[in-house]
Structure formats: C-alpha cells, structure tokens
Ligand binder design. Structure first.
Ligand code: GLC
Length: 661
C-alpha cells in the first residue's frame, strides 16, 4: 500500500475513532440527563467563585458548601491547589448523582511560572513560543486541580486607553487569529483529557475591545462589516482550533448585551460555525442586563440569556434563582435547559472526570511539576523574544565591552511585583528577577552598576532628581527603566491619558541634560505616548511586562547575548488625539501624499497623522525586520493609501513614514 493511501486510511481510522468516542460520550450524557431533575439540570448551569471557600470563614462559605452538596453548582472558579480542589470535589460527590465540579481559573499568562503578558508575547510573533508558554501554564495549573482556564483573550484592540489591551494580541485580525490558535493548542494539547492540559475559553465574545472611548464596560456600536472583518476572525480561528468553551462579554453590541445576543451566540456561533462547546457568561453579566436597562429584573435577564445561548451563569445567581420558575411558567422551553446541560456534561465526560473526579488533583504531580527548572528557562526565552528594540542611535546597543560603569535610574529598575502586571493568580513575586538583578547577574563581574530611583512611579515631586543626575554624571552610560505601574492595565484600568505617569518624563529630561548617552527601557501593558524620550533618547527598548524572567531577558538583549526580534503588535500614537490609530484602516478620498501638504487633506492641522511607531515595527542589531510590516504593506498596496518606507539597516535610524496615513 502506498504511503498516501496508508496516511488516508490512518486519517480515516483516526476520524472514525474520534466520532466513535463522541457517540460514546453522547450516550453517557443522554443517559445521565434522563436521571436528572429540573433543579439538578439548572445546578449544572450555575458557577460560583470559591474565593471564600479557601479564605477566612464567612457565612457565604456554608451556603456554598450546602449548594454544592445539593448538586446546585456545576463549576467553581477561583479555587486552586490539590488540597482545596480535592476537598470541594468530595463535597460535590455527596450529591445524589455525584456529578463532579469543573474547577476554573484565569490562567492568562502563566500559573506559578509567570510569563510575559499576552500583548508582550504577541510582540514575539512566534507561535511556537506562544504555544509553549500556554502549555506550561496548563501543565502547572492542571497539576493543581484546575480543569479550565478563562483564556485566551482574543479581543482586537485599537484603543490603548482600554486597560485590557494588555490581555490580547493587539490590533490585527490575522495576527490575533494565529495567536488564538497557538494559545488554544498550547492550553488544550492535541486532545482534551490529559492531566497536562486545560479546557480553554476564548473571550470576550464579542467586540469588547471596541468600547466607546476606550472606557471599560462601555457600549460597542459597529457595522456588520467591521464586526465580521475585524473583531470576529480570532473567535472563528478559536472555534476552528477546537476551543472547548466561549465566554461572552460585558459590552452591548449595537444595543444588545452580548450575554443576551442570539445573533452572536446562536446565529453565528452555534449555527453558522456549528459550535458544540458551551458558553459561559462573564462575571455577573446576566444580572448586569438590569443596570444596562435591557432587563427589568433577574427573571427577564435569565430568560434573555438562556434563550440567546449563554449556557452557564458565572456569579449572577440568576439561573439558579429564576430558571425553574421560568420553565414551569412556560417562558423557557425545557429543551433550552437540556441543550445547555448536555454541552456542559459533555466536557466533564471528555475530561474524564466521571471516571476519576480527582484525576487532576494529585499531590505528587503538583509538587513535581512546580519544580521543573525547564519552565523558567522557557519563560526567559519567550520574554527575550517579546522585547522590541525601537531605537538604537549609532549602535549604542548592545552594551559594548568598553563600558565600565552603568547608572541604572528610574522607578522600575528594582520593581518586582509590577513585572507580573495583572491576571496572575499565583504570582510568586518574591522570585521575580528585576532589571537590577538581571544585569548584576549578567554583567556584574565586568561592569559596575550604580543606582538611583529618581522618583516614584506616580510622583508629584522631583526631590530625587539631584541624586539621579549625579549618578548619571559619574557613569559611562545611563540605563533608565520607566513606565506605568503593573496594575495600570488589565480589567477596569482605562486611562484618559497614556503618557508616562508622574514626573518620569521630567526625570528623563534632567538626566539627558547631563549629555550622557541614555538607553530607555519602557515597561507598560499598553502603548504609551513618550515623544520627548522618542526624540532625545539614544536607544529605546519596549518591554511591556515580561514576567518572572524580565531582568534576565533584558540583560540578554541589552548585553547582546540575544538579538532583539520583537515587533509591535499594535500601533503607537504620537498623541492621544489620534486614537483610534491602526495600520489597516480604510483609505480616504483625500490622502496626504506629500509630507506637509495637508491643505484640504485628511490630516490634523496641529499634529502629524503618522504613528510614533507603526504596527510591525521592530529593529534588531543586524538589520531591520519588517516581516509584519511587509504583510501590512502587501495588504495596503491594493489601496495605494499608505506607502511606508524606512531607512534600512546600517545607521538604524528610526524609520519615518514618508507618507501620512
Ligand atoms: C472578569 C473578566 C473575565 C474573567 C472573569 C473571571 O470580570 O472580565 O475576563 O475571566 O471575570 O475572573
């Protein structure tokens, strides 16, 4: 038999085994469903947060345990560790039908080993690295009793005022789709059920990143074309990659809360895309239909949500409180409940939880997996590839052997917890390597490091400037580490200004005035506006938030041990007023074709149209790397609306767009 015939027959065999397994699970789901009361079915649609279960005793703790024991809870979030997951699973198995709980957690960029924030990893443009990062996060979390992570977040974001831009993959649907797939394969492995894998949950469905004015939880309004061309592709890529679950979003889409959107959840997801997994609401989003003014009460909200295809209710207490009456009153058809329950039970069978409810809660494996030294090594490699070199006048970087004294100045030089930023559920911040320690370990025996903080992150005074200036004057070169606080991005962290907080830019100007060469490392979960630094710094490195190995990764790149390869996953505006600013925007009937010629053209009379740094921009020590931009140019060439050309290689001058957007 020829090779390809063998391949086809194996493929066919594989497919038929899979469908046989599916049919087998379907049978087990159906036979269990027949045994369940309406109350028990609704219990499976109910998800509670278990923070109290592992925290100090509270009256909620008793209520939670009572509901779990009565089979009124299908899943818990925010319970972690073998000890607690085993204890709570044991309570669930005292229920009449002994249906095991799903334990879920926001394992977004690492569990114990903290990886770079997703936006930083997106700057690596390296799908293997991103997949490895997710796989290690899954291995560690699954060894701690977790079955399900609320990740990847794939919301396209074109507005850096929005704090959650840090959790995604930037502005481009193509890159966002590729990364969605890489993360899902990393979290879930080839097939669900392994104890080194988690169910993934693609979120937030949909268009959450387009909130008006970059303000979190705000309405979203857009055309069908924009929704389908820009915001849905990463979700479709996730569905095609076999993501186990979806999470709907807090926003309204054209007036309808996503949790109540039949168009999104049934028409597009479950019908057009033939999606078989289940949808969980975001935290309390069923109940939030009331303040949206969309539902008069919790009963209406519950009816809208279950009818629209939102299968599981996270922390509203709506389904468990209202659905039984809605079914009995005829407002909600029992078939809707059955469909949601079957989708959830299917995943519990697929994970193997009915065969062994404790299979993910193994003390030995938990201890072993957390100690694996390979995880830190990979975290360092991923962080290194997530660093973007934006400017490098006269090849100041990599630091050359002639340099004997480096002044480290800035509020983030010794920062540790900030390096983890937000959405780290288990961050062992004591073990983070900051910039000072990383450089000390890498260069300490060859170079003297001096240090001055200069100012606090969000300072109003400049009392530390004098010492910083003196420290700079006494060194051969200055390395400043500036930026936001790690908790200035993430959920509910929108900023009306995206410049450097406090007095940091003034500190830079004071240090630069010494005449010394100044390298600036910027850390943030979003693009910042930093024009003075962009003009006057001799070298600029954008590090976003690099996680546990930040200091080592930066030392690798700054010393030249590693060649920077990161490219921006989203556009950096020169000013707030340009937002939203993104590379793949539509043409205009009056493009600026010659720099400066803006009469009756689409331009600002008081600011340039072009970005400070473009999507896909990133330097290396050897040559320009514009692969991302080449994609952009290919895409744009059709429209002839944007010609970006950059001075290449050699002097590594920062590129200037020769035409405005
Ligand atoms: C939050 C977030 C969501 C997260 C969920 C559980 O409000 O919007 O991304 O997964 O609640 O923590």
């Amino acid at each position: 038999m020829k090779k390809y015939q063998l391949f086809l027959c194996l493929l066919g065999l594989n497919v038929s085994i899979a469908s046989a397994q599916d049919k087998h699970i379907d049978k087990r789901v159906d036979s269990l469903l027949r045994l369940m009361s309406l109350k028990e079915k609704i219990g499976q649609l109910n998800q509670y947060s278990g923070r109290e279960l592992t925290g100090p005793v509270s009256n909620r703790k008793d209520e939670l345990l009572k509901d779990i024991k009565a089979g009124m809870v299908g899943s818990m979030l925010n319970v972690k560790g073998v000890k607690d997951t085993r204890a709570i699973q044991a309570v669930a198995l005292q229920s009449r039908l002994k249906i095991p709980l799903l334990f879920s957690l926001d394992v977004v960029h690492g569990y114990k080993t903290v990886f770079p924030v997703p936006l930083a990893e997106a700057a690596s443009w390296n799908m293997d690295a991103i997949r490895q990062s997710a796989h290690i996060a899954a291995k560690e979390a699954a060894a701690s009793g977790i079955h399900w992570t609320f990740a990847p977040m794939v919301d396209i974001a074109r507005d850096p005022r929005w704090g959650r831009v840090m959790e995604g993959a930037g502005e481009d649907p193509y890159l966002g789709s590729a990364i969605a797939r890489a993360r899902i394969l990393g979290f879930q492995g080839e097939k669900l059920g392994g104890t080194d894998a988690l169910m993934a949950c693609v979120k937030h469905f949909a268009a959450y990143g387009a909130a008006f004015a970059g303000r979190d939880y705000n309405p979203v309004d857009m055309s069908e074309q924009m929704l389908h061309e820009v915001y849905l592709p990463p979700f479709k890529a996730a569905a095609d990659a076999g993501v186990a679950t979806f999470m709907n979003s807090f926003n309204t889409l054209n007036g309808i809360p996503a949790t109540a959107s039949t168009y999104l959840q049934r028409d597009i997801l479950k019908k057009d895309w033939n999606y078989k997994g289940f949808v969980v609401s975001d935290w309390g989003s069923v109940r939030e239909m009331i303040p949206w003014g969309f539902a008069q009460n919790l009963a209406d909200a519950s009816e809208f949500a279950i009818t629209a295809g939102s299968d599981m209710d996270m922390e509203s207490g709506a389904y468990i409180g209202e659905l039984e009456n809605l079914v009995k009153s005829g407002k909600v058809k029992p078939a809707l409940i059955d469909d949601a329950v079957k989708r959830i039970l299917y995943k519990k069978f697929e994970l193997g939880l009915f065969d062994d409810p404790y299979k993910f809660s193994d003390f030995k494996r938990e201890e072993l997996v957390m100690k694996d030294p390979e995880h830190a090594r990979i975290a360092r490699a991923v962080a290194t590839q997530s660093i973007v070199l934006l400017k490098n006048e006269k090849n100041l970087l990599p630091l050359n052997a002639g340099i004997k004294k480096i002044a480290l100045i800035g509020p983030l030089v010794k920062a540790k917890a900030d390096l983890a930023s937000t959405w780290t559920v288990y961050a062992d911040t004591a073990n983070m390597t900051n910039v000072y320690d990383g450089l000390q370990q890498k260069l300490g025996n060859k170079v003297e490091l001096s240090y001055a903080k200069g100012c606090e992150l969000n300072d109003t005074v400049s009392t530390g400037f004098n010492l910083a200036v003196k420290t700079a004057e006494a060194a051969d070169v200055v390395l400043m580490v500036l930026g936001e606080a790690g908790d200035m991005t993430g959920e509910a962290k929108s900023r009306a200004n995206i410049d450097l907080p406090g007095r940091q830019e003034a500190l830079f100007n004071a240090v630069k005035a010494t005449g010394k060469k100044v390298i600036v490392v910027l850390m943030a979960g979003r693009p910042l506006v930093f024009n003075a630094i962009a003009e006057k710094a001799d070298a600029i490195v954008y590090a976003f938030w690099l996680g546990a190995e930040a200091g080592n990764a930066l030392a690798d790149v700054l010393s030249g041990a590693e060649n920077p390869s990161g490219k921006l996953p989203l556009t950096f505006p020169r000013s707030l007023g340009q937002i939203p600013l993104f590379y793949n925007h539509a043409n205009t009937g009056r493009p600026v074709t010659k720099p400066g010629d803006i009469r009756y053209k689409s331009a600002y009379i008081d600011a340039p149209n072009s970005p400070l740094y473009a999507f896909g921009y990133g330097l290396s020590y050897t040559s320009f790397e514009y692969s991302a931009l080449n994609i952009a140019q290919e895409v744009i060439k059709k429209g002839e609306s944007l010609k970006l050309s950059f001075k290449s290689g050699g002097d590594q001058k920062r590129g200037k767009s020769e035409a405005e957007f």
